[in-house]
Write a protein that binds this ligand. Structure first.
Ligand SMILES: [Ca+2]
Ligand SMILES: [Ca+2]
Length: 471
């Protein structure tokens, strides 16, 4: 019954996964937690401004030096600023909080002082210290990136659960901190490769298959593609741990729901997984202790939305859960695809590094927004880098890989929705959809002739808008 099989692999497009070598830090098994997520603010001096633009006199400077000595620093008169005010340089940088106290004490020395402020060092809004974050053009580049660093100042997705209804996950060292226990909904032991049907372990056992085993049109072959791990990494790989990559919402939690194995997943299993992810009781499965606020569906098939799937999506949406679906990679109208063509979902098209609709991406009126999915025809590095496994069939060591597809685009949106909900948990699925559309960056006719929704996903604008609207 090919109509009942949805293939996550089909959405991983021409699954040109270029596996990087095993990461030494991953194999070493140690995890350093050096820097903090918050940007460390510090000051190298204070700016003293006197009333009537008076200049600082030696007597006042001497008093200020006495105060500074109590903070273990000396002051040097550096120069006068263009609009008035004197810059006094500290012998060593002080943390912002300390510099503010020092400034306040100096300000109280003399009535002629209008104000004193720390000469705070401003830094570029860097993303994080993760080893390979420099390869994540999809977060930072102005043409094709999602404007993530500015969004991170506002939110990192703390407290939001995102379900990845997919092939399961590997316990990747760069994901473990954010991984919740999930469930395996694959009812066929043969497709599941774990020796049984449904169970409480959502580990990806590999989806490789022999030639002809999955029928015509199958995209993967004799190598597993660790699809769910890659998707989960884009949503919530741990950030600032000096390892691997960063997820879009590095403080969100991932609920892994395994629905696809060898040859893909049955609609009946996917629907049970979807409902369970949203907190709906499913016979035979334990109660979901961590119901998701966002569900990522990087899978689908070219078929109109079935009544069964639509009914399940309606139930999930009534519970206030946001469903994000990959539009598919057949360069066709999204209305022909399920579940992205179903009502009420956020359908995501894929863009390339230039911010142009990717050559493979589906499109059409049903698209909500477009997000980076990459195009690896010229260079693998123009794909989306995320978490992977070095095993060709069975799981082996952690590593990273580039992949392309609308499967890679959808998790960018799921991550941004997590950032939005962390700021405003009461937002309805409809409101989230409206905001994603209205805050996206419009694409010119050169970038997309039609059917890219609101345009390119803009994380900072979406999170900013989410904080100030009614639910
Ligand atoms: Ca199983
Ligand atoms: Ca990381």
């Amino acid at each position: 019954m090919t109509m009942s099989i949805s293939r996550p692999l089909a959405l991983a497009g021409l699954a040109m996964a270029l596996a990087l070598g095993p990461l030494s830090e991953a194999t070493a098994g140690t995890k350093k937690r050096g820097s903090k997520d918050i940007m460390p603010a510090f000051s190298t001096g204070v700016i003293v401004s006197l009333a009537k633009k008076d200049q600082l006199d030696p007597e006042l400077l001497a008093k200020a030096r006495t105060v500074a000595a109590r903070y273990g620093v000396t002051l040097r008169q550096l120069r006068r600023m263009a609009q008035g005010g004197d810059v006094l340089e500290l012998s060593k940088a002080l943390p912002d909080t300390v510099a503010r106290k020092l400034a306040l004490e100096i300000a109280r020395l003399d009535d002629r002082i209008d104000y004193v402020e720390p000469d705070v060092v401003m830094v570029p809004l860097g993303l994080s210290n993760d080893k390979h974050v420099g390869a994540q053009w999809n977060y930072t580049e102005s043409a094709g990136g999602i404007n993530l660093p500015e969004a991170w100042v506002m939110s990192k997705g703390q407290g939001v659960v995102v379900a990845v209804v997919d092939t399961g996950v590997r316990p990747h060292v760069d994901l473990m901190a954010n991984l919740l226990p999930g469930h395996d909904f694959i009812s066929s032991a043969a497709l599941a490769r774990d020796g049984n049907g449904r169970d409480t372990f959502a580990w990806d056992e590999g989806n490789w298959h022999t030639p002809g085993q999955c029928g015509a049109g199958s995209v993967t072959g004799d190598e597993s593609n660790w699809h769910g791990t890659h998707v989960a990494g884009t949503i919530a790989a741990d950030a600032n741990n000096q390892l691997g990559v960063a997820g879009v919402a590095p403080r969100a939690s991932i609920l892994p729901v395994r629905v696809a194995g060898r040859c893909g997943g049955r609609t009946s299993d996917i629907i049970d997984g979807l409902l369970w992810a949203a907190g709906v009781p499913v016979a035979g499965a334990p109660r979901n202790a961590h119901p998701a606020q966002v569900i990522n569906l990087s899978l689908g098939t070219v078929a109109a939305c079935s009544r069964t799937f639509q009914a399940a999506l309606d139930v999930v949406r009534e519970r206030g859960v946001v469903v994000v679906a990959a539009a598919g990679n057949s360069d066709t109208d999204v209305s022909r695809v399920s579940p992205a063509g179903c009502r009420g979902v956020i359908a995501v098209a894929a863009s390339d590094r230039d911010g142009k609709l990717a050559y493979y991406s589906n499109h059409g009126k049903g698209i909500t927004v477009t997000a980076p999915g990459g195009d690896m025809r010229a260079s693998a590095e123009d794909g989306v880098l995320s978490l992977y496994n070095a095993g060709t069939r069975r799981p082996a060591l952690d590593n990273l890989a580039y992949m392309q597809g609308t499967s890679m685009a959808a998790p960018h949106v799921s991550g941004v929705v997590a950032l939005m909900l962390a700021r405003h948990p009461e937002l309805s699925p409809d409101k989230v959809k409206t905001l994603l559309k209205s805050t996206a960056r419009p694409m010119s006719l050169m970038k997309c002739r039609a059917g890219c929704g609101g345009g390119l996903l803009d994380a900072a604008s979406a999170v900013a808008a989410a904080t100030v609207v009614a639910p």
